[in-house]
Design a protein around this ligand. Structure first.
Ligand code: ZN
Length: 441
């Protein structure tokens, strides 16, 4: 049950030298110099994982993704949004069944693990009025060993394919039965949270229903807001208010709200988000890929808003690395403000780890007693991490994904020597190739 993991260096609230972590049943009990941790009586008889020539860092947390979109990667890129939506998203996604969802999840989450993602939040809107798809996705995550937050969607916009839509009673009942089946309150390997899609994908009543389920379950809720400029115009037209102001007038608890994107939040909305204690899932790579706009991250962080990073779907980025999003967040904010000091590597590292855990309200994202033992090993012999004394800066600005060698989730090895431990990549490759043969023509 107990395990001691030892590496030559670590990022534990800043960089440090040789470090050991003692964990029991997936929970960190002690962190420190190897000789001290190994002398702990609780370490007697513990299993050992040795990471020589490697640095141990907290597992990264992907606060926003749509796993099925990995299947559409490269199909429909560089098109106007509505054309992409109709030719790629709406054309292929309604055909997918539970087994296809498992394929998508094995693909998306397997690739994420290899990039050092230990927790993924899957914002899941292809529910087909049931839970078979979401269940297949959760089971795929379990097979791989990645920690999953299933952000189950609440969606009732008539313009979308029928597979996305539900009535309010259907969405509530399905959310509750999925949560009853999978909510893991001990190890937090699976968490179910409601996700009213957006102002355009969910009616005000549907948004209130989702937020109500969050309140009843004691979990946060997710909603896409102000991603593209037209969504602000639409909100002004339909509700006479900007997106966040319109949502704040509903019967919802904004302190547990995770707004996704927020590219077009103005100063009054950023102030409101801070005042109500809401948080943000920030996806800089996707925002750039789609040409959405630039969220004022620097201002939100200064106001004390908790922010986590997300990759968004595999066909709107098209990478799945949170380390990459740390770099993207920093570069985008620096150029947006024409100020190389707009934000630091250390802040961006926190957004991908510690504060992302706070956003999802899970004990993850830090190497500290009481937190879940989710760790990534980085190869100190990889030139992208040289010179070694600038570890944290180099992890954010220079890291090559090639340097990710090992991954532990909840004290269990899920990537060893750059290979998935529980699923063969050949199987995933075969499934993806069979499923997508002929797509995009
Ligand atoms: Zn999204």
């Amino acid at each position: 049950m107990e395990v001691v993991i030892t590496a030559d260096a670590a990022i534990v609230d800043g960089a440090r030298g040789p470090t050991s972590v003692l964990a029991e049943a997936g929970k960190i009990l002690a962190v420190g110099d190897p000789k001290d941790v190994l002398a702990d009586p609780r370490a007697a008889g513990a299993g050992r994982i040795e990471w020589p020539h490697r640095a141990m860092v907290p597992g990264t947390i992907n606060t926003h993704n749509h796993s099925f979109q990995s299947l559409l990667r490269g199909i429909g890129d560089d098109l106007p949004f509505l054309e992409w939506r109709d030719k790629a998203l709406y054309r292929y996604s309604p055909r997918l069944g539970p087994d296809d969802m498992a394929t998508a999840a094995l693909f998306a989450f397997g690739e994420m693990l290899l990039h050092g993602v230990t927790t993924v939040c899957d914002f899941y809107y292809l529910n087909n009025q049931g839970n078979e798809h979401a269940s297949a996705t959760i089971e795929a995550a379990r097979r791989l060993g990645i920690r999953i937050v299933m952000a189950r969607c609440f969606y009732d916009w008539n313009g979308a394919p029928a597979a996305y839509r539900e009535t309010i009673p259907q969405a509530v009942a399905n959310f509750e039965s999925l949560a009853a089946k999978y909510q893991d309150k001990t190890r937090f390997l699976t968490t179910v949270q409601p996700a009213p899609h957006s102002q355009h994908g969910a009616t005000p009543d549907m948004i209130e229903a989702g937020a109500g389920c969050a309140r009843d379950a004691g979990v946060p809720w997710h909603i896409h807001l102000a991603e593209e400029r037209y969504q602000v115009d639409q909100s002004l037209e339909r509700f006479g208010k900007r997106p966040l102001h319109a949502v704040s007038e509903l019967r919802v608890d904004m302190s547990t709200m995770i707004a996704v994107h927020g590219c077009w939040f103005d100063a009054s909305e950023r102030a409101l988000l801070a005042e109500r204690g809401g948080s943000l899932a920030y996806c800089p790579g996707s925002n750039m890929f789609l040409g959405d706009g630039v969220t004022d991250l620097v201002d939100l962080v200064a106001r004390g808003v908790k922010v986590g990073l997300g990759t968004d779907g595999g066909c709107s980025n098209n990478r799945v690395s949170v380390f990459d999003e740390m770099r993207m967040a920093a570069l985008l904010q620096k150029v947006h403000r024409t100020d190389g000091q707009a934000i630091t590597a250390e802040t961006c590292f926190q957004l991908g780890t510690r504060t992302a855990g706070e956003v999802l309200r899970l004990p993850i994202g830090r190497i500290a007693p009481g937190y879940r033992c989710d760790l990534v090993a980085l190869d100190l012999d990889d030139p992208s991490l040289w010179p070694a004394q600038a570890l944290e800066k180099n992890v954010v600005y220079a890291l090559s994904p090639r340097a990710v060698t090992d991954v532990v989730v909840d004290g269990q090895e899920v990537v060893v020597a750059r290979r998935l431990s529980h699923v063969l990549l050949d199987e995933v490759q075969g499934r993806v190739a069979r499923l997508t043969a002929g797509w995009g023509r």
